[in-house]
Write a protein that binds this ligand. Structure first.
Ligand code: TYD
Ligand code: MG
Length: 458
């Protein structure tokens, strides 16, 4: 049988029979890599097919017996929340993130509590046993039920796992392990796909929960974990700026829970610390009377989080004005600047505009439109917003303010953190108790919002 050759994009996983210089799906250059399907180990290979014929038969759905979904608690409530209430037995979880962001630290910390409920094997292809021990000591992990293995050959890993029979297997990282029957180097698209496929089959067959670590590299030199997304049950991304200590854990896919939840951590010198109250942490150091900032309230899953948005509007020194957005969508910002120019008369086309979200957070929700616009207006006028003001609302192209979801929760969070005024669209806020000291200002459009915020008539 001739071995089939296809080409896979290492960024997005696009598959094609032809090689392209530029991926037709994601537009990345030089990311198409040759992918050779291994003969026997592939699920479509003869071995796997014979095995399946004897084992799998169609069944009526009602005849399938289920036991209660068993979950291991990780002992880290922020992680449990993102997983949808703990790691499901037999699930296959991918933890992705840039190198050095804290993936190994998170998974090692998770072992501490998991070891009490299950047998855990931590396989590292990156660090020696001594290094793992030193890190564990620093994280105060001292569980006798945690087994560690420094190995990169997948067959060896599978063999040792078979002997030890752990309930949870952690493989750190997928880019360092390899299958010896493939000719390509570890970290190559073919290796990553084949190794992950083998591990996935192992997880399902032996009911072992497997966590794999995948490094995301912007330069594309290591095949990105994107190509694995379709075969795993959960994809968690660990994000954050390396210079800022806050880290955000997000579920990009979850077969056992919502993908809206996030977990917030802070990196300290003895590991990751959970941040149960992200709003307060995000707002610490918030300058009281400086122009160009506005507090936004964004929903991350079921959780409202207050975040500070800063804007700087300066006179442009060159012909074309510069725009820069960090933590928000660039195109959304440009759109809002155009709306402010056309509907409110702020002359921004000859100004450089920079917008930044403090704390390294990334916000992508329509409700942050209004706070961005207010921060820009504040910097443009060089007038700070009054103390205790926060805002949320979607801005339409005609400058109208549109209703957003979970308004009452956002208001409650603002009240809880001691804010005094909320500027928001005209919409129903349900029956919530608003104290006398708190003012809810509902406005129709962006001009009215600016008028309310700065006490001027537009
Ligand atoms: P690590 O978990 O090794 O990252 P990854 O596995 O995602 O590549 O984390 C590495 C970074 O975390 C490193 O730059 C140092 C920092 N760190 C701390 O600040 N405190 C700690 O206790 C630990 C273990 C790491
Ligand atoms: Mg690591």
């Amino acid at each position: 049988m001739k071995q089939k050759t296809t080409f896979l994009c290492s960024e997005c996983g696009y598959e094609s029979a032809k090689w392209y210089g530029k991926c037709p799906s994601c537009g990345a250059w030089n990311t198409m890599e040759e992918f050779k399907e291994a003969k026997d180990t592939h699920p479509r290979g003869t071995l796997a097919r014979q095995e399946r014929r004897t084992k799998n038969k169609p069944l009526e759905i009602s005849a399938i017996r289920t036991t209660e979904e068993l979950r291991f608690h990780t002992g880290i409530s922020e992680l449990d929340r993102v997983l949808g209430g703990g790691a499901v037995r037999g699930s296959f979880v991918l933890v992705g993130g840039e190198p050095g962001i804290g993936k190994s630290t998170l998974l090692l910390q998770m072992c501490q509590e998991m070891c009490r409920q299950a047998k855990v094997l931590y396989v590292s292809g990156e660090e020696s046993l001594r290094q793992i021990r030193l890190r564990a000591d620093r994280l105060h992990i001292s569980s006798p039920a945690l087994f560690v293995l420094a190995e990169t050959d997948l067959e060896e890993i599978i063999e040792e796992t078979g002997l030890l029979q752990p309930d949870v297997l952690i493989v750190d990282s997928i880019q360092t392990i390899y299958k010896s029957d493939l000719t390509s180097a570890p970290g190559n698209t073919t290796q990553i796909k084949e190794c992950a496929m083998t591990l996935m089959q192992y997880a399902k067959r032996h009911n072992v929960t497997i966590f794999i670590v995948g490094h995301v590299n912007k330069e594309g030199t290591l095949a990105g974990p994107k190509i694995l997304e379709h075969m795993v049950d959960c994809v968690l991304y660990f994000e954050g700026e390396r210079q800022v200590s806050f880290r955000c854990l997000r579920a990009a896919k979850n077969r056992f829970g919502s993908t809206n939840e996030i977990g917030v951590f802070e990196m300290s010198d003895c590991g990751l610390i959970e941040v149960p109250n992200p709003s307060a942490a995000m707002l610490s150091g918030h300058p009281m009377d400086a122009s160009g900032n506005c507090i936004a309230c964004t929903m991350e899953g079921s959780r409202p989080i207050l975040a500070e948005i800063q804007a700087l509007v300066t006179k442009t020194a060159y012909g074309t004005p510069r725009r820069m957005a960090a933590g928000i969508d660039y195109n959304r910002m440009v759109l809002l600047l155009a709306i402010l120019e056309k509907r409110v008369g702020l002359y921004l086309s000859s100004s450089d505009t920079y917008v930044n979200v403090i704390g390294g957070m990334r916000l992508d929700e329509p409700a942050i439109d209004l706070p961005i616009a207010l921060a820009v207006a504040s910097s443009y006028r060089d007038q700070p917003l009054p103390e205790g003001v926060m805002a949320f609302g979607e801005v339409g192209l005609t400058g109208e303010l549109r209703a957003v979801t979970a308004a009452s929760q956002r208001i409650q969070e603002a009240i809880r953190l001691g804010f005094s005024t909320c500027i928001m669209p005209k919409q129903d806020i349900g029956r919530i108790k608003i104290p006398d000291t708190f003012r809810v200002i509902q406005v129709n459009n962006i001009a009215q919002a600016i008028g309310a915020a700065f006490g001027v008539k537009q």
